[in-house]
Design a protein around this ligand. Structure first.
Ligand code: MSP
Length: 524
């Protein structure tokens, strides 16, 4: 049977600075989704990468005394490194300074020109280098020091006046409104969709898409004093990565249109307005979904060096390990909303759910099997109602509920469903008390431990997208073969063969001992 393709992307990150926790959060979210879909029978392609052009990168390189390319190479390496230490399963890491990407962007530019959607004029208006975005007067306010800033992002804007190519965005106003109307799921969560719709309804101005006052960008074809506006080249990464305009490796044909562009709330406008308009002009099918996640905050504030509340992704992984870090970030914050994280919150969550709940269930079940069943999968007798209830809950019921949450990218709720199963299994072990049955009814003890081992198998399977390494160790400990680890095997009856020898149990989720409750301040 051919598998259905599923294409997921993150935003590509600017290389003006190494990754921070916001970047880690996004790429982990996409990775969890990609792993889930793979295990659920899809043919997944997962793209992430770096956005390397533009004034922001050029300026930062200058302050470091480096060429933009040299600087981009160094910072891109830190993002690639991040995919390793966070255990990200991306199929490709695109860098927009790659030759094939530059060629694809120039090809697309020419197409837009042929379509009559690009014209030359003069731009006079406000620009934020930090956001690499143009803002209208109505989006600005004046800071105490008299500087003009963008009200929404708080970044300084500068007045620019230069010759510029424009994209006829205004021509796509009605088509975009029709898109939002006919495909209500195109922008998610729904409240972000409403923001976009009201923005477009206010009227769209044509978009300035080239710059002449600096040169770190992709040259505009046949007019090399212009470089492309960084967002034009950046958005095109989603198709250039698949081989557009050609289809050398068959990726474009297979995976486009994209299933989910996973991005932060600050760049929804670019993905939900500019990107579909460009694709409409290029006569390329539109992505199915743009999901704008919220921002990670600490103590209710944006993480920033000046506030001293920065948690770096490396610090996190050093303290908790990749698995528990991934778990904490996905569990602590409702995907789509802003959410507060801190060392104490994450430590408490990891200890309560991974160590005390799931870890403890695995540990006490497997050590009893080791001691009382000769280290082999126990032989179940006839199952009672309570046994069926737990097995059903840990089987199809859990899979259906978790899958439903994944459809909405609700990772925290998916984990809630999983934790609920672990709670039920811990309640079951307490009620059934196999340690007592050992003295009174060893046959029943074997049944109870078998039901628990099956529950652990199902938990190990469903936990793989979140905590890949620990989940594999759980599955190893109940001797699940490598070819029986996808979701088809969740809830299958009697999957564990009685009498199969099991390895010696060992803990999978260590408790975090917090010697330094003030770690957060220390790392700032
Ligand atoms: N280069 C553009 C994206 C181009 S996509 C064609 C960009 N880069 S970025 O480095 O500023 O941000 C990369 C991603 O990280 C964005 O989706 C952004 O929303 C996200 N985040 C940046 N800070 C964040 C938090 N504090 N919390 C969560 N996500 C955050 O924008």
């Amino acid at each position: 049977m051919t598998k259905q393709p599923f294409y997921i992307t993150t935003a590509i990150s600017y290389v003006n600075a190494p990754p921070h926790l916001g970047h880690a959060y996004e790429v982990i979210g996409a990775d969890v989704m990609a792993r889930f879909k793979r295990l659920d029978g899809f043919d997944v392609y997962f793209l992430t990468g770096t956005d390397e052009h533009g004034q922001k990168v050029q300026k930062m390189a200058e302050t470091k005394g480096k060429s933009p390319q040299q600087f981009a190479d160094e910072i891109a390496a830190t993002f690639i490194d991040q995919t390793k230490y966070l255990n990200i399963s991306n199929d490709q890491f695109i860098r927009t300074t790659q030759d094939d990407h530059k060629k694809a962007s120039q090809y697309a530019w020419k197409k837009l020109l042929e379509r009559g959607d690009i014209y030359l004029n003069k731009y006079a208006g406000w620009y934020s280098v930090r956001d690499e975005a143009y803002y209208g007067e109505d989006e600005l306010s004046t800071r105490e020091d008299g500087k003009k800033i963008c009200t929404a992002t708080g970044t300084e804007v500068e007045w620019i006046e230069e010759e510029s190519y424009f994209f006829k965005l205004s021509a796509y106003e009605q088509k975009l409104l029709d898109l939002y109307e006919n495909h209500p799921d195109f922008i998610q969560p729904a409240f972000r969709r409403n923001e976009v719709v009201s923005f477009v309804k206010q009227g769209l101005k044509d978009l300035s898409i080239s710059r002449t006052s600096f040169n770190w960008g992709i040259p505009v074809p046949d007019d090399e004093k212009h470089v492309m506006y960084v967002w034009i080249d950046a958005l095109l990464n989603y198709i250039s990565a698949l081989g557009y305009p050609e289809d050398k490796n068959g990726l474009f044909k297979k995976y486009w249109p994209c299933d989910v562009h996973l991005i932060g709330k600050d760049i929804v406008r670019f993905h939900a307005i500019y990107w579909p308009a460009i694709l409409m002009s290029l006569e390329i099918p539109l992505p199915k979904r743009v999901f704008g996640h919220g921002f990670l905050l600490t103590g209710g504030n944006k993480m920033s060096k000046s506030l001293g509340n920065v948690i770096s992704p490396q610090n996190l992984v050093e303290k908790f390990g990749a698995d528990a870090s991934r778990y904490a970030l996905m569990r602590e914050v409702t995907f789509g909303q802003d959410g507060d994280i801190s060392w104490p919150l994450m430590t408490a969550r990891i200890n309560a759910e991974l160590a005390n709940n799931i870890g403890n269930l695995v540990q006490r079940t497997l050590s009893q099997i080791n001691k009382n069943c000769d280290g082999k999968v126990p032989q179940p007798g006839i199952l009672e109602d309570v046994d069926h209830a737990l097995l059903n809950h840990a089987g199809q019921e859990m899979l259906v509920a978790v899958r439903g949450e994944f459809e909405k990218l609700q990772f925290s709720r998916a984990l809630e469903e999983i934790v609920r199963v672990a709670n039920a299994a811990n309640a079951y072990i307490d009620e059934q008390a196999p340690w007592t049955l050992k003295k009174t009814d060893t046959a029943r003890m074997q049944t109870v431990l078998y039901v628990l081992a099956e529950t652990i198998r199902n938990l190990g399977l469903i936990l793989q997208p979140f905590v890949p390494v620990a989940a594999h160790r759980i599955l190893d400990q109940v001797a699940v073969p490598a070819d029986a680890r996808d979701f088809v095997h969740i809830g299958t009856q009697h999957a564990l063969q009685a009498g199969t020898a099991l390895p010696k149990p060992e803990g999978v989720f260590p408790r975090i001992v917090d010697e330094e409750p003030a770690a957060q301040e220390k790392t700032a």
